[in-house]
Design a protein around this ligand. Structure first.
Ligand SMILES: Cc1cc2nc3c(=O)[nH]c(=O)nc-3n(C[C@H](O)[C@H](O)[C@H](O)COP(=O)(O)OP(=O)(O)OC[C@H]3O[C@@H](n4cnc5c(N)ncnc54)[C@H](O)[C@@H]3O)c2cc1C
Length: 384
């Protein structure tokens, strides 16, 4: 007979551990019996998460650097702007995993299992998870593995792929309060291509070569682009690479399901639940909002399924439209972002990309980009 838990968290990456943190921080949920299953032990610093927010968030103590001034560059636009409401923040995933795992250690009713999940299915009044070794039961399963992901291919998905180097220089060269969100002054032959640069001290910065395109490049091409940029654009000739990251984030028009099965006992969270913003790849903040709502609903005795509001559906339509414009190549990423940053207050663009803008901001954003391609794509995705 399989052991029954209140909740199973299937996948303990960003979304799984953010949810666990919410549950354990909530008085009325912190004693629930929780099983966390992941094939990997989360003990590596495998990614750097950046995001922007107005108020301190649940992981404020982990923010290792924050910026209030951002830059945007393209061949036609140079913009530096100081944010009044938002701050751009960085968290190392290694610090995040350790903090949540340390918190879980204080809760003996939270059990961790390292095993490959093979299937997840609904049962009578609950759901089950089958791993290579065992079958487990729970009232609800929160899934962030790719098991239920929709089919993604070149017809519906662009890849955001990037290689980032943390570099350290001998002499002070960086302004640590100023981050470069996008520098499009690079060859655009593969699709939208930009450098992203986050200085964390006068001698240290993360420099990331980022592309939105249908296919990843050969490793050598990222290396060459980073070397060129550091040498020719930043004029840095002596540096050490202290850490590296490589990532592929799907930017997809495919429909991710919020839940699986008629009883809604399997809830998808994180990227698997469609919480990676399709037009930017940012996920961290959207995950925090979703798991906070799940905890609120559980606390109130409601189903943890969070239905999107009509505003969220509207933002999804904007995302799909922008993605369609990029995929149909009616405008390039460099053109779209240059129009936006030359005509709109950049902080309003950030509010829009965080799904936090109001109607007037959206109106000015819609007016800032060439109308015909956006109307064509907007209509297309509406009737798809
Ligand atoms: C290098 C990198 C940098 C990023 N930077 C940012 C950023 O700056 N800002 C931002 O907002 N987003 C960023 N993202 C995107 C996004 O935040 C991350 O991908 C995030 O980790 C997604 O969270 P998740 O929980 O959905 O998936 P994950 O964190 O990938 O967690 C899924 C978990 O499921 C486990 N798993 C999968 N399949 C199985 C299985 N069959 N059995 C058992 N376990 C399984 C995996 O081991 C993993 O631990 C970045 C992504 C990458 C890769």
């Amino acid at each position: 007979m399989a052991l029954k838990y209140d909740f199973i968290i299937a996948g303990s990456g960003l979304a799984g551990l953010s949810l666990l943190h919410q549950l354990l921080s909530n008085k009325s949920l912190s004693q629930k019996k929780i099983l966390v299953i992941d094939s990997a032990k989360k003990n590596l610093n495998d990614r750097t998460w950046c995001f922007w927010e107005k108020e301190p968030g649940p992981f404020e103590s982990l923010v290792c650097h924050a910026w209030d001034t951002l830059q945007f560059f393209s061949p036609k636009v140079t913009k530096e702007f100081q944010m009044k409401e938002y701050r751009y923040k960085m968290i190392q995933s290694g610090d995040f995993y350790s903090q949540v795992l340390d918190l879980a250690e204080q809760h003996p009713q939270v059990v961790f299992i390292h095993d490959e999940i093979q299937s997840i299915q609904e049962e009578q009044a609950g759901a089950s998870v089958q791993t290579t070794q065992e079958r487990y039961l729970a009232d609800y399963v929160f899934n962030s593995t790719a098991i239920f992901n929709p089919k993604m291919d070149e017809g519906n998905t662009l890849l955001q792929h990037f290689m980032g180097w943390f570099i350290k220089t001998d002499t002070p060269v960086f302004t640590s309060g100023v981050a470069t969100l996008m520098d499009f002054t690079l060859s655009q032959q593969h699709g939208a291509t930009f450098m992203y640069m986050l200085p964390t001290s006068p001698t240290e910065a993360l420099v990331e070569y980022t592309l939105f395109s249908p296919r990843v490049l050969e490793k050598e091409e990222y290396v060459q682009a980073l070397e060129n940029y550091i040498e020719k654009n930043l004029h840095i000739h002596h540096y050490e690479i202290t850490h590296q990251e490589f990532g592929i984030i799907p930017m997809s028009k495919a429909k991710f399901q919020a839940s699986i099965g008629p009883q809604q006992r399997i809830i998808n969270i994180g990227t698997a639940g469609g919480h990676t913003k399709p037009s930017t790849g940012y996920t961290f903040q959207f995950v925090q909002k979703q798991v906070a709502k799940i905890a609120q609903r559980l606390e109130a005795g409601d189903s943890p399924l969070v239905e999107p509001t009509w505003r969220e559906k509207m933002f999804l339509w904007y995302d799909m439209t922008l993605l369609d414009v990029l995929m149909s190549k009616s405008l390039t990423g460099e053109q779209i972002f240059s129009h936006l940053f030359s005509k709109v207050d950049p902080e309003r663009i950030l509010a829009f990309l965080a799904n936090e803008s109001g109607f007037w901001e959206e109106f000015s954003i819609r007016n800032a980009v060439p109308q015909a391609p956006f109307i064509t794509s907007g209509m297309k995705v509406l009737f798809q």
